[in-house]
Write a protein that binds this ligand. Structure first.
Ligand code: 5GP
Length: 187
């Protein structure tokens, strides 16, 4: 049995985290790869669960030590995936699901064409803004930055294997579930 890597990217606020949580509840053959970041934890975030939170200095040391499968600088913060995180998942005989920005996703795909890239789109930009505001985790300035980045990110979606438009959570989760089942089948 070969275990697969599924990478989800989406503009912040498109509903990606909810989709990932739902898929993890549904399937017992896939585990979430916990990323590492130098960003400050949001109020509801737990170290070692949502992210491994470390300082910028520590992050740079780990880059130099070659500990990352990929890493990227997103809105002035470092984000990355430890090689050991993926090894841990595969050693537990599970597929891996990763939440990466576009730079990280495309880099992993370049090195391993077998990874499956999935892009999650918000229904439209107004809806995205509304979701970011309702989330109440980011300041207005932060939200504006994220919206600008979202427009740029959405241009890259053509490079992905699948594009999901998240109009309805249940339907999107269904679609992702089918993609995973299809891709996880060993020929
Ligand atoms: P947030 O600050 O909203 O949690 O995440 C900001 C961005 O960083 C999102 O686009 C998310 O997909 C991306 N991101 C999270 N973890 C990683 C990672 O390990 N590597 C890369 N390249 N991007 C990540």
């Amino acid at each position: 049995m070969k275990f697969k890597t599924f990478i989800l990217s989406a503009p912040s606020g498109a509903g990606k985290n909810t989709i990932i949580n739902e898929i993890l509840k549904r399937r017992n053959d896939i585990l979430y790869s916990i990323s590492t970041t130098s960003r400050i934890p949001r109020e509801n975030e737990i170290d070692g669960s949502h992210y491994h939170f470390i300082s910028k200095e520590e992050f740079k040391k780990k880059i130099a030590a070659g500990e990352f499968l990929e890493w990227a600088l997103v809105l002035d913060n470092y984000y990355g995936t430890f090689k050991s995180e993926i090894d841990k998942i595969f050693s537990r005989k599970k597929h891996a699901i990763l939440d990466l920005d576009i730079q990280g996703a495309l880099k992993v795909k370049e090195e391993n064409s077998e990874v499956v890239l999935i892009f999650v789109m918000p229904p439209n930009m107004n809806e995205l803004k509304k979701r970011l505001q309702e989330r109440r985790t980011d300041s207005e300035a932060e939200i504006e930055k994220r919206l600008k980045l979202a427009e740029k990110e959405m241009e890259a979606r053509q490079k992905y294997d699948y594009i999901l438009v998240n109009k309805n959570l249940n339907e999107t989760v269904e679609e992702l579930d089918s993609i995973i089942s299809e891709c996880a089948v060993v020929p």
